[in-house]
Design a protein. Sequence first.
Length: 167
Amino acid sequence: MASLLALALAHPARILEAGEVLVTQGGHGGDLYILEEGELAVERDGVRVTTIATVNALIGEMSVLLGTPSSATVRATRRSTVLTIPEARAELLKDPELTFRLAAFVASRLDATTGLLVQLSREHSGPAEQGLLARLLSAIQNTGETVARHDLFGAAPGPFSEMSRDD
């Protein structure tokens, strides 16, 4: 089993100057990036979502796993170096254990986000806050059609309709 870092080190590092865009929202997804040094701003629909400055932070994993265009724009806020795994989906399909570890990493972030939302829900009991937090928790649970349920459970219309519990 390879590591993401080993796959990335097989390609030249990319240096970004302050203001340079690494990923464009709506652009072709599929490359996975690892921050080697520097700082990156993540913006979605023109709103800054976060700043990434952690060494070995992953960028682009959502579009790789979902097979969708990039969901955010990522730009350097200062001179930064990133490693790239081009067309990472193809690499991940060759290594199910690495793919599972990446999925577990993404799931752990979702778990942390859900835990934070529950904590905030307990701390802020006003109707406006509760409505907003309920919408956020609901959005986490309802993935829409990004990942079709039939991809996980088969094309059957109801649970277990083509299988018995004894299968």
